[in-house]
Every structure is written in C-alpha cells, then in structure tokens.
Design a protein around this ligand. Structure first.
Ligand SMILES: Nc1ncnc2c1ncn2[C@@H]1O[C@H](COP(=O)(O)OP(=O)(O)OP(=O)(O)O)[C@@H](O)[C@H]1O
Ligand SMILES: [Mg+2]
Length: 396
C-alpha cells in the first residue's frame, strides 16, 4: 500500500525505511519507538515493524510480544477496534532476543556444520556471548539489517538497549570489527600449549589454572578459536550493518527528557550523528512541562494565590465549590493544598524555564523538535500509545 506524504513526523516516517530510536537510559525510547510504529501504521499504511528491547511487561502484552522472543507478531484488528481505530496499515512487533540473535549469527557465519555445532554446544558459549560488552547494541543493529534485507516491511522502527552512552549503539558494529583484529583475540587463540607456557610464567595464571581447572581455560580457548573461524562473515556483516546506519533510507530519532544529563547526552548525540554523516530526523523531548508555566502571568497568579490563601480568603470558598460537586471537603484541607500548590509553583516554573533553555539549544541541532508531555500514567496499552501519537504528530 502506498504511504502518504505530509509534513512533520508523517513526512519523515513516509520517506524512510528504517528508524533508529536512541537516547539515554529511561527517557522513553521503548515507548516512543512503539508510538512511532503506531503512527505509521495508523496514519500511513504499509507493513510496519517495531523491534523493541525489553519492554515493560504490560506494554509487551499490549503489543503481543510477551513470550515470543524475536518472532514478529501482528497487533490484531480486534485490539485496534477496541480503541476505536481502523489503521491504514499493519503494525507488527517483535522483541530483541539476544540468545536467539547470537544463535542466528553463529549459524550464518560458521564456515561449516562442525564449527557451528561446536560453538553452539560449547559450554561457555552463552555465558561469553551474553557478556560481550554491547552485545545487545550490536544485535539490535544486526536485526535491523536482517529485517530490512528481508524486504518484508515498509518501515522498521528499532528501539535500542539501555546503554551507558547512547553512542554505544553507533559504535557497536565497528567494535565488533575491532574485536576480530584485536590483540585480545589473538592472545586468546594462540595455541593453547604455548599460552599455557606463557601463563605458567605468571603466578596469577598458575593460581587461575589451579582454581578454575585447565578444562575451563581450555573451553575458553576452544570457544575463541572457533569464534575466530567466523571472522570473515562477522566482519563483512558488521561493515554492512555499519553502512546501513549511514544509508539515506535510515533516520535516527533521539529521545530525551529536558533534564540536564539526558539533554546534554542528546545534544552530544545529535552532533555526533551529524559528524558521522548520519541522518537525524527528529529529537523528541519527552515528559516536558507545559511551557505556559513560564509565562509572567502564571508567576503573578501564583504569588497572588499564595497571598489570598494566607489571608484565608479562598479556602472556604473553594471547599464549598468542591463539596457542591462531589465528596465534601473541609476548608482547612483545601487551604493547605492551595498554600502548598502556590508555594511549589515557583520551583516548577524554575524547572520549566531551565527546560525551555535546553529545548532552545536542542532546536538548533535538530530539524524537528517534538514535545511530548508527561501523561497521567505510564504508557502500557494501545490507548496510551495513541495519546502519544497525537502529541508526536502535533509538531509542525
Ligand atoms: N510521556 C510519558 N508519559 C508518561 N509515562 C511515560 C512517558 N514516556 C515514557 N513513560 C513511561 O516511562 C517508563 C520508561 O519508559 P521506557 O521504557 O520507554 O524508557 P526507555 O528509554 O526505553 O528505558 P531503557 O533505557 O531502560 O530501555 C515507562 O514506564 C513508560 O511507560
Ligand atoms: Mg527501553
């Protein structure tokens, strides 16, 4: 089905085939990735896939990716009907499964069946691969490549793992290449006997050998020798994955809150994407305070509210008003709430002012900055995601 061209986020999603959602930990990457996929499925059509990483349980259920690992499932028409939506296209979701992802890579790159089986049945295989630093990052990129190459989807939105640095995702493919050329791997794969000899000269390894047993050290050596046999496949693939990041059909959407640390990380990421020649499609400022709070009138109102409460003018009147329309409340309770609200308003306004400053800095770096407010509750179902879609599409 042809996808429609419009402006703002819709135009971005319509013009790209791959969207990489990145940003600091906990800022809303998984949630926004799901909402971006939903936006395209509902408003543009085509077959859209969202590859999520470790979504919250209820969100996973809403998307139907509960226990299924990286098998893609389609969000059912009934689920859409239940929220009164008739999507133009199809929304599919999958969850990044590191174990299955590694198995697939080994199967693909093993030079022959015996090597493949030896790696997969090496007792340390799972433990070692799951400990590869940034293994998750690499696999997310790798899956993006795989899904795009399958040609099954019109748009693939990839959520990224919670990393120490958002840059880790971009660096993951080259790290994989570097590992194969590294001294570490060479050291790990020198013939076992000669390494044992080198080791034996160092007290640490004498102890290691005695404590861990030479079987354990042998298993590690075996694993890396086998792993090295897959170098060609892995390196070629990592280079393809890296090329995909710079492909004109790929865009990055950086998610951030407007708190200091994530916002600075987002700015750094935006500059780095530009330096690497990658396309930054949009920055989403998530959970932002309403800008109205920073208006002078708002501050004046808060000051006057505080004064009025102090003079005991308001509590009784507001209590009467509230009691008339619901459960009865007493004046002292209302007075203390109003006093508290008036007093904390200036703190909130100060935060909103800081947010506005960071927002302005981010605007300089992004072709599109989309504000999303903090919703009343966590986003864990289609209707919550649809609310988010409304905010995402509201940006010009
Ligand atoms: N605009 C919002 N309003 C209300 N709740 C939100 C909003 N955005 C995200 N959340 C909630 O915040 C929590 C964290 O969001 P999410 O899991 O998407 O972050 P993340 O960046 O993927 O985290 P991680 O780096 O750990 O993967 C979730 O419970 C989500 O429902
Ligand atoms: Mg996440």
């Amino acid at each position: 089905m042809a996808r429609r061209r419009t402006t703002g986020l819709d135009a971005l999603l319509a013009s790209k085939e791959m969207v990489l959602v990145t940003g600091s930990g906990g800022v809303g990457k998984t949630t926004v990735a799901a909402a971006l996929g939903l936006t395209a499925a509902v408003h543009q059509g085509g077959k859209i896939l969202v590859l999520t990483v470790d979504p919250a349980r209820r969100l996973a259920d809403a998307l139907g990716v509960g226990a299924l690992g990286n098998t893609a499932t389609k969000v059912s028409p009934e689920a859409f009907a239940a929220v009164g939506v008739k999507p133009r296209g199809e929304l599919w979701a999958a969850m990044l499964d590191t174990k299955a992802g590694w198995d697939e890579l080994i199967r693909r790159h093993a030079p022959d069946a015996p090597t493949r089986d030896a790696v997969l049945s090496n007792p340390l295989y799972q433990n070692i691969t799951s400990r590869f630093v940034h293994s998750h990052d690499y696999l997310a990129m790798e899956q993006l490549h795989e899904l795009h190459a399958s040609g099954e989807y019109d748009l693939v939105v990839v959520d990224t793992p919670p990393s120490r640095s958002a840059l880790d995702v971009l660096d993951a493919p080259s790290r994989m290449v570097d590992f194969f050329g590294s001294r570490l791997l060479r050291w790990l794969t020198v013939p076992y006997r000669s390494r044992l000899f080198t080791m034996a000269s160092k007290p640490f390894y004498q102890v290691a050998d005695r404590v861990l047993g030479s079987r354990f050290l042998q298993d590690i050596a075996d694993f890396f020798v086998l792993f090295q046999a897959m170098e060609k496949g892995f390196v070629a693939r990592a280079r393809q994955v890296e090329a995909l990041l710079g492909d004109p059909r790929t865009t990055f959407v950086v998610i951030t809150t407007l708190e200091t640390a994530p916002a600075h990380e987002a700015m750094f990421l935006a500059r780095e994407l530009a330096a690497r020649g990658h396309d930054l499609g949009a920055v989403v400022a998530n959970r932002v305070l309403p800008q109205d709070i920073t208006r002078r009138e708002a501050s004046t109102s808060a000051t006057r509210l505080a004064a009025a409460v102090e003079q005991d003018e308001l509590g009784a009147a507001v209590a009467a008003e509230l009691s008339a329309t619901g459960e009865s409340v007493d004046a002292p309770a209302v007075t203390s709430v109003l006093a508290e609200v008036a007093a904390s308003f200036h703190d909130v306004a100060l935060v909103a002012t800081r947010e506005a400053e960071r927002r302005a800095e981010l605007t300089e770096l992004a072709p599109m900055l989309i504000d999303v407010p903090s919703l009343d509750s966590d986003v864990h179902d289609l209707s919550g995601l649809l609310t988010l879609v409304g905010h995402l599409r509201a940006a010009p």
